[in-house]
Structure formats: structure tokens, C-alpha cells
Design a protein. Structure first.
Length: 132
């Protein structure tokens, strides 16, 4: 499985200029049941890619202004993606496109997390959808 977490509202939801990538994971074992909060150790065989901070690992939400949406896209494929190293989102998607033509992507789950920061603190809303 593969997980991409990104924010399509960067830097300002009223005038977004880019999709900011927070986390890229791939080769999660198919029997994975989740990731613990404040992940300290990833499941065996899981690889992390490069986020938009140019680092591997997770970069948490910290919206500078307004309400941002954070999409958690979980892809299921038939096989591991080897030889990618610390791939970014584009490299991972290109490798998945090749695998998709060969094997077909079975499922895509999208978890949409909206975070709004105001004078009262941080507010979160989470919804999930499955695409076949």
C-alpha cells in the first residue's frame, strides 16, 4: 500500500498556489491495520519518501492562514515498488502509473482532514471516502 498526505490549499485557501506534500509512504505491508499516533516505528518494509520540506518523514499541518484540507490518500496495489529510494510524490505516482498499467490499482481511499486555526485554537473535521 501507499500513502500520500497533502494539502491542496497552500499557502492560502482563498488563493491556493500549490499542493503541499506532508508525507509519502510506500510499501506498507498489505496486512497493516493502521499507524499509531506519533508514529515511532513504521511497519517492516515500509519506505518514506521526500515531502515538500525536502525531508523524509512526516511534516505536520501548520496552516499560516484560513481553513486547509489535508488529503490522506491510501492506494492498494498488487506488489511492492522497489528501487525508488527516497522518492517524492511525483516519482511515486509515476511508479504507481506503471504498476497500474501492469496490475491495476485495486482501491483508493481518501481521508479528507480540514484544519482551521483561529483565535480559539485548532479545529479539525475528518471524512473518508472509498473509490473503486
Amino acid at each position: 500500500m501507499r500513502l500520500i498526505v497533502d494539502d491542496p490549499d497552500a499557502p492560502d485557501p482563498k488563493a491556493p498556489r500549490m499542493t503541499w506534500v506532508h508525507w509519502v509512504l510506500y510499501n506498507l505491508p498489505p496486512d497493516s491495520r493502521g499507524l499509531e499516533e506519533s508514529v515511532r516505528q513504521l511497519p517492516a518494509g515500509t519506505r518514506q519518501g521526500v515531502n515538500d520540506w525536502k525531508r523524509t518523514g512526516y511534516g505536520g499541518p501548520c496552516p499560516p492562514i484560513g481553513r486547509h484540507r489535508y488529503f490522506h490518500k491510501l492506494y492498494a496495489l498488487d506488489r511492492a515498488l522497489d528501487g525508488l529510494g527516497a522518492a517524492g510524490k511525483k516519482q511515486l505516482q509515476a511508479a504507481m502509473d506503471v504498476a497500474d498499467r501492469r496490475d491495476r490499482v485495486h482501491d483508493l481511499f481518501v481521508f479528507d482532514e480540514q484544519v482551521h486555526v483561529d483565535g480559539l485554537g485548532e479545529h479539525r473535521v475528518l471524512r473518508a471516502e472509498r473509490y473503486d
